[in-house]
Design a binder for this molecule. Structure first.
Ligand code: AMP
Ligand code: MG
Length: 290
């Protein structure tokens, strides 16, 4: 008789959160190799997508093409190009509610969190001159990116973890471990179901059994700043530069975690009603408001 798959769980600190992998498999040696490769893949993505590391590929792109204002087209890695392509797709679908060029205003709101002082409308307007996804130029022929306005900063905080979960899961599958899940700070990529189960049990109001999909949650439960009695989220409306007020916690289920991550943040900006219409544009996607 073939041995029964058993449950294996691992975690590693990556992208500023605890990345967690759960795998059901009968051979622990296979699992260890697969999980190490998956974590390494995620660490590699951190070196590309992180806005905190000065030497990340995206920060170098911003320095070369945006920051100094050379306006040069810079050839980028497959991952950076793909994340940018997908980001722009979500920006278009959400009419700009999702926008990875929010970096300059995110910096102002991070400072507000530190100092407890609201950013001035003037400083927001100045930062907004370097915000807008239509200011990114993607050159398909040579996989190059041009940031057309000086001072642009890209921030993958709302999509990078979802993408990393998806890529981690792909590695696990490639190593023969498809019954797996990868979770990073509220974003989850689910593979095939655990043995004898209908799916991975994810708790919303009622528990759901899910497999082969992504689950993303966005909300300000842990990340917000209260200023003069108003609770400002870490999610920004890129169309005004203002942090979202009184945000609701939303969870989106979608075909992959890149989509669920980006959509959960978008719904946080536009709210439940418009959000439901946005989510409908993505086959298999569902919105759960807690
Ligand atoms: P999430 O937790 O996935 O909702 O992502 C929130 C993070 O994404 C923030 O901490 C910012 O770094 C960045 N961000 C904030 N607002 C937006 C937005 N409207 N579109 C894209 N990224 C955003
Ligand atoms: Mg998100």
């Amino acid at each position: 008789m073939a041995p029964e798959p058993t449950r294996h769980e691992f975690s590693r600190l990556l992208m500023g959160v605890e990345a967690r992998i759960v795998v059901f498999h009968e051979d622990v040696a296979v699992v260890e190799e697969a999980v190490n490769a998956a974590f390494d893949r995620i660490a590699g993505l951190d070196a590309i997508l992180s806005d905190y590391r000065v030497d990340s590929e995206v920060n170098r792109l911003c320095e070369l093409s945006g920051g100094a204002g050379s306006g040069e087209a810079i050839r980028v890695s497959d991952d950076l190009f793909e994340v940018l392509q997908r980001s722009i797709e979500f920006s278009r679908a959400s009419n700009g509610a999702f926008d990875v060029t929010v970096g300059p205003v995110v910096a102002l709101w991070r400072e507000a969190r530190r100092t407890g002082v609201l950013p001035s409308q003037e400083s927001i307007e100045r930062a907004m001159e370097s915000v807008g996804y239509e200011k990114i130029e993607l050159h398909d022929t040579n996989q190059a990116v041009r940031l057309t306005v000086s001072g642009m900063r890209l921030d993958f905080g709302a999509i990078g973890k979802g993408y990393a979960c998806d890529e981690g899961l792909k590695v696990l599958r490639a190593f023969g471990c498809p019954r797996a899940m990868v979770e990073m700070g509220g974003d989850i990529s689910l593979g095939d179901s655990p043995p004898h189960e209908e799916g991975w049990i994810i708790e919303f109001d009622d528990p759901h059994a899910l497999s082969n999909c992504g689950v993303g949650t966005s909300g300000d439960r842990f990340q917000f700043v209260a200023l003069s009695g108003v609770r400002y989220s870490h999610v920004i409306d890129p169309r005004t530069g203002w942090a979202v007020r009184d945000s609701v916690e939303v969870t989106v289920i979608a075909s992959d975690a890149t989509t669920s991550d980006a959509l959960a943040t978008s719904v946080g900006v536009i709210g439940e009603t418009e959000g439901a219409a946005l989510v409908k544009l993505f086959p298999g996607a569902r919105l759960m408001v807690r």
